[in-house]
Design a protein around this ligand. Structure first.
Ligand code: SF4
Length: 291
């Protein structure tokens, strides 16, 4: 069985071609507002993954209409998914979440939701809400797992355990929701065997898709400060070495798990390490050429 491309996975799930539109609903994160910690994960810099049209001072409706304009005309029959990506997409009272998600779904051509969140921000009440929405509009829950290794989770100040992440995957899947997992390859102190152990554990769980990215050191983060002071050890791989490792990772994953992506490319003005100078499509070509 060949592994499905992510675009085909989405097409199958929604019955049509869809494009994700980022929404910044103004959520915070318990790992930044003091509930768990003030510092956040040591690598966190949300501006690296928030596009210009996604601005929390604008309403959800306005952001989605701007996003639609941005993609307008790419495909005549294009529909959209509201992607609550910034910070923690379920971190608000359930009534507020319900209002924001339903506002998104009321925008013409928005046919579903993708909600990115921490595994410890998925209460039963939140899952009740998402399960209800899923009856009429498919919901993908993207869970930030990153690694299952407790020592790494402590080092990066994630403030949740690996066990919590694995249980969250099971709880979300049990509600009939589509599960995406987010993993980082190259976290401080991790060997390739450590990374593979995470991949192998996650592969045993009811995960529909995985989004990988390489550890990136971004300007202004605690990770950058510790790395510049030589306090943290990071794997120093070239794009070719990383691509070869991705091949190994994929061999460990059953074909029914779709790979959403393998790399993330932060804006050059923010990125300190590693400097590969490749766009995602160029990395994909390098990956395809390897074997
Ligand atoms: S959980 Fe996400 S938003 Fe919160 S600090 Fe970590 S990376 Fe940042």
């Amino acid at each position: 069985m060949a592994r499905q491309r992510y675009s085909d996975f989405l097409k199958q799930l929604y019955g049509m071609r869809v494009q994700k539109l980022n929404v910044n609903a103004g959520f915070s994160c318990p790992n930044r507002d003091g509930s768990l910690s003030h510092g956040g994960c040591i690598y966190c810099n949300n501006s690296s993954f928030t596009p210009a049209f996604s601005n929390s001072s604008a309403t959800v409706t306005h952001q989605l209409l701007e996003g639609k304009n941005f993609y307008n005309g790419k495909y005549a029959d294009m529909k959209y998914l509201a992607y609550f990506q910034s910070f923690t997409g379920t971190y608000a009272p359930v009534e507020k979440l319900s209002a924001l998600y339903n506002e998104a779904l009321a925008v013409p051509d928005v046919v579903g939701l993708v909600i990115s969140t921490r595994p410890d921000c998925l209460s039963d009440e939140v899952l009740d809400l998402l399960q209800g929405i899923n009856v009429t509009h498919k919901v993908i829950v993207e869970i930030g797992v990153e690694t299952i290794h407790e020592r790494t989770l402590a080092l990066i100040n994630r403030c949740h355990s690996g066990q919590c992440a694995m249980e969250a995957i099971g709880r979300v899947a049990k509600r009939g929701l589509t599960v995406g997992a987010h993993l980082i390859l190259g976290l401080p102190g991790e060997t390739k065997d450590d990374m593979m152990a995470t991949v192998d554990e996650i592969a045993k769980l009811p995960v529909n898709s995985i989004k990988f990215h390489q550890m990136q050191v971004l300007r202004g983060t605690e990770l950058a400060r510790q790395w510049e002071r030589g306090e943290l050890k990071l794997i120093d791989w070239t794009a070719q070495e990383y691509a070869a490792f991705c091949h190994r990772v994929f061999e460990h994953l059953p074909p029914n798990i779709t790979i959403e992506r393998m790399v993330s490319m932060a804006p050059p003005n923010l990125l300190l390490h590693p400097h590969w100078g490749l766009k995602p499509a160029q990395f994909k070509a390098l990956f395809d050429d390897l074997y």
